[in-house]
Design a protein around this ligand. Sequence first.
Ligand SMILES: [Zn+2]
Length: 398
Amino acid sequence: MVLGKIRSLVLAFGLILASSAVFAKDIDISGLRFGQDGNVTRFVLDVSEQAKPGIFLLADPYRVVIDLPEANWHASDKVTAVGAVEGFRHGLFSPGIYRIVLDLNRPATVKKSFHLSPRGGYGHRLVVDLEASSRSHFMAAVRESKKSRPVFAAKETPDVVSPRRRVSGKRVIVIDPGHGGPDPGNLGVIGVHEKVIVLKIARAVRQELEASGRYDVRMTRDRDIFWPVRERFRIARRHGADLFISIHADSISKPNVSGASVYNLSETASDKEAARLAARENKSDVIAGVNLDTADDEVSSILIELAQRETMNFSAQFASILVSELERDVPMLKRGHRFANLGVLKAPDVPSVLLEAGYLTNKQNARFLNSADGQRRIARAVRRAIDRYFEQMVALGR
Ligand SMILES: [Zn+2]
């Protein structure tokens, strides 16, 4: 009897603990300001409660990264930075971590950071003071601040389950909406960020594929959150993906250029524009403030491994089918099938393509990509291409 009571108490307590963990309150960020006093640039963030930030520095380019618990952003994005700060970005970096990245125009280190309690009409505030410094001083501070830098590379993605293809008998398709969180991608002429548009396209593709009943569809993200480039194809591998499709939207200085293109991995780019594109897309981790110290050491061995496998052939086959299906319904670039050294396509054993769905720098093209009709047309073309690709695979006995 007593035991039973204790057990139910323990159970109830456990439930309270579990529910408070699930519904942990987010912080609200309601405003921000920059100020300059001598060689000190002050950054002030209006927050709903006191929170201990993780602050660290990254070089080349100079950045200050401020990590907070998961937060809701209500502040304006149009606040003008001053002093050593040139601009800022923010977003969900990983579950439980909201990241603010300050881009610096010159080296400046954290002089101090502290919390201010509500006073004089202001609520809780987080204050970070940055002091102008030399490059060598900044580099020393980067090394020092490594200690407070979270190690995300080693962290498993939380929403991954084991592959169930053998159970369901369905092919596993992993859709990867590019960018997210503190990495917004490019901002087109219609004022909507790439990360927002590609998520809409990805959801349309998922809906189309699931409606066919033939595919098991997984997304690397289904909300505004960031994943490092490598983590994206690792998610595909962990799901046992049969096909990986990364979805992006392009930008260029010429506003008349429009149309979709499909990329395969290659050590050498097919043309100058493809090389520039790879440089832009591969920068995602830098923009989100990921530590790249150890990033590219595996690449050359992976490329050799890739060449030895059939993966690249399958990737190229799917890309050319996808181009021909897109051409029926979607505005296309002249040479739709291209090659570039794109980090996200480096899974050695999952056929992978990157779809640049169009140009956000062209008004008509951007409107098409942001419309339900445009998203449906792309989704249907992707589904037809996947159908044809697997028909060929089956014909080859795969
Ligand atoms: Zn992109």
